[in-house]
Design a protein around this ligand. Structure first.
Ligand code: BG6
Length: 488
């Protein structure tokens, strides 16, 4: 729509804040009736640059269940938010957070996923967390499933590969929507829903026993279909419980560039982009895009759909689109190598970009490009719910952590966000990833830190768990206080 004046800055009610996930943060993995979650049987990685979150087999699950310690499974201990939440939320409030993205651990509510009744102690824990946030006027943004589900559902029905998981999920969502009806306004259904096609981490389905790639793809895309249906039904259900709820999808967005202007490379990049946007095409537009038929045919994938699934997808479109953004990648028609450039991101190295210590290509302008692409394509409000730098922090001789590299990373991304807003993009908010140091999703390391708040814990779980403000803490406080104007 034509407006005489282009927007000059972030909206007055812009949702500044930070984002975490229960399985990387909470700890308390076996307390107060909580069941085991899929994330808690993923062993810590042996190589920090290799994606191993889906290397889970029936045998490795048995081994994990027999192991009652958290030594090899750091997500069981997190950083003990379970007992530190008041202190942590007070620190978020001190930075001026307007919002806090967090997830509910589904097995804290339904320990096995198919229990007749929810676990009251689990429900009460999140009541306490939401009440604490309310004290400081911090708006919770709640992810219903962030890389986890009750492990029992994997053992019983192979997770999302089974259609009956939809009913289990809807029972859980109905319970939390009703319980927190007046405490939570913003919800996200599945974290980085594209992770499901990378296997266990997103699907909760074991497929390491399948021999061919196409067999694995068949299972993963079927699991994904069940999540699409579950997400759409949850959107409908949520709106029936509280018509004011705003419920969004969540995509791991990767900006892709062609390696050269050769049309072959440009086409390869377009293909990669479609593979990324397929998920939001379904969740925002409410239908499968045509280009996926070709992919399904080429990989012999036949999706089992119920007669009313298409209608469910149409009726369960999300209210807004949220996404994580960490990096960009390069696609070539004739790849020199298929380097991993991030979690679930592959491609060529970009000679114009620097990388993080984990090889993630840092590209703030790519964020502006992605924001424009997503806005042009979908015309629904956008919400950046993850962005940040994983780095090794050292405590200096003065006892402080001078994380100028983190400030630089975030500043450059926020500058580009501001440009996108001037371009006309409707942006609701920004919750940077990991305002407090937590366990890394991909490697389960503690030494890959994102936070403004340092936590005294090492990779082996030694430490006092003491919280310490880094230099970036006061920097972000200024950013929020000035609504994104003071970035120095
Ligand atoms: C996103 C996930 O992919 O990236 C988070 O939603 C994760 O759970 C974040 O922590 C950063 O990845 P990592 O592997 O560095 O923790």
């Amino acid at each position: 729509m034509y407006k005489e004046q282009a927007p000059t800055g972030f909206k007055p009610d812009f949702l500044w804040g930070g984002a975490t996930a229960a399985n990387q943060l909470e700890g308390g993995w076996n307390l107060d009736g909580k069941g085991l979650t899929t994330a808690e049987v993923v062993k810590k990685a042996t190589d920090r640059k290799v994606f191993s979150m889906s290397d889970v087999s029936k045998e490795s699950i048995k081994e994990a269940i027999a192991d009652k310690s958290d030594t090899n499974y750091p997500k069981r201990r997190g950083v003990d938010f379970y007992h530190h939440y008041k202190e942590d939320i007070a620190l978020f409030a001190e930075m001026g957070f307007k919002s806090y993205r967090m997830s509910i651990a589904w097995p804290r509510i339904f320990p096995n996923g198919d229990d007749a009744e929810p676990n009251e102690k689990g429900l009460a824990f999140y009541d306490d967390v939401f009440d604490e946030l309310a004290k400081y006027d911090i708006e919770p943004v709640v992810t219903l499933s962030h890389y986890e589900m009750p492990l029992h559902l994997t053992q019983k029905q192979n997770g999302w590969a089974s259609r009956s998981t939809i009913d289990d999920f809807l029972k859980y969502t109905e319970t939390v929507f009703k319980r927190y009806r007046d405490k939570v306004h913003y919800w996200l259904t599945f974290n980085e829903i594209n992770s499901t096609t990378f296997g266990f981490i997103g699907s909760g389905s074991v497929d390491t026993d399948l021999s061919t790639t196409d067999e694995k793809l068949q299972l993963r895309y079927q699991a994904l279909h069940h999540q699409f249906v579950a997400s759409a039904l949850a959107v409908k259900q949520g709106h029936e419980i509280n018509s004011e709820f705003e419920i969004g999808s969540m995509l791991a967005r990767t900006q892709t560039y062609p390696a050269t202007p050769n049309p072959e490379d440009v086409r390869a990049a377009q293909d990669a982009d479609q593979a990324n946007l397929f998920y939001t095409d379904v969740q925002v537009r409410g239908e499968y895009p045509e280009y996926m038929n070709r992919f399904f045919n080429e990989h012999y994938i036949v999706l089992q759909m119920a007669p009313d699934d298409e209608q469910i997808l149409r009726e369960g479109k999300v209210d807004f689109l949220s996404f994580s953004y960490y990096m960009s990648t390069v696609t070539s028609n004739q790849p020199a190598g298929d380097d991993s450039v991030g979690n679930m991101t592959f491609g060529e190295k970009n000679p114009y970009l620097e990388t993080s210590d984990w090889g993630w290509q840092i590209d703030p302008i790519g964020l502006r490009i992605s924001l424009n692409t997503l806005w042009d394509r979908y015309r629904v409000p956008l919400f950046i719910v993850e962005n940040g730098l994983g780095a090794v922090d050292q405590i200096s001789e003065d006892g402080q952590i001078h994380d100028q590299y983190r400030i630089d990373y975030l500043r450059k991304h926020i500058e580009q966000m501001a440009e996108a807003v001037k371009d006309g993009v409707d942006l609701m908010g920004y919750t940077m990833w990991g305002p407090i140091d937590i366990i890394s999703a991909s490697t389960s390391e503690m030494s890959k830190r994102y936070g403004f708040i340092y936590v005294d814990q090492d990779d082996e779980g030694n430490g006092t768990l003491k919280r310490l403000k880094k230099d970036s803490f006061n920097w972000y406080k200024k950013v929020i206080a000035s609504n994104g104007i003071d970035l120095n």
